[in-house]
Design a protein around this ligand. Sequence first.
Ligand SMILES: Cc1cc2nc3c(=O)[nH]c(=O)nc-3n(C[C@H](O)[C@H](O)[C@H](O)COP(=O)(O)OP(=O)(O)OC[C@H]3O[C@@H](n4cnc5c(N)ncnc54)[C@H](O)[C@@H]3O)c2cc1C
Length: 138
Amino acid sequence: MKTQVCIIGAGPAGLLLGHLLRAEGIDCVVLEQRTGDYVLSRIRAGVLERVTTGLMERLGLDGRMKQEGLLHDGFNLADGERLIRIDMAELTGQQVMVYGQTEITRDLMDACEGLSVRLARHPRRCAALQPRTDLRQP
Ligand SMILES: Cc1cc2nc3c(=O)[nH]c(=O)nc-3n(C[C@H](O)[C@H](O)[C@H](O)COP(=O)(O)OP(=O)(O)OC[C@H]3O[C@@H](n4cnc5c(N)ncnc54)[C@H](O)[C@@H]3O)c2cc1C
């Protein structure tokens, strides 16, 4: 297989990069050692910063996030009985989006038409995708 860019890992970073490259007309393939089910059931982050929501908006992949995500203006720090409000919207003019990492990964995977994402077919790790250490540096 020939491609301009090979991205290792279909986590949010790999998938988002794949979409950004495709939007610039750069051919790429995303290789993932785990199955799609595994990747989509791996619970992790839930808070997205402005730069991430901005990139999803730029790619036109922000529809479900805007519909189902929750915008937060800030958060509370607990000091014993006292709650200290950190009002990010007032301090920075920015909000954060509460939207699960698995959901953003699903949106990026669902929009993969034209972007080659190769996921492992079996739950076991795919040895072929382990990084090679026997290659000489150019
Ligand atoms: C428990 C937990 C809670 C978190 N909470 C937050 C939070 O609240 N807010 C926040 O901003 N961040 C949080 N994070 C961090 C956030 O989840 C990560 O920053 C994010 O997952 C990074 O994305 P990524 O695509 O770089 O890496 P990953 O999501 O780790 O994706 C990398 C992918 O590469 C694959 N891979 C690795 N090696 C190979 C190989 N050799 N061949 C093929 N595929 C390979 C892996 O299987 C994986 O799917 C949390 C992380 C964890 C673990």
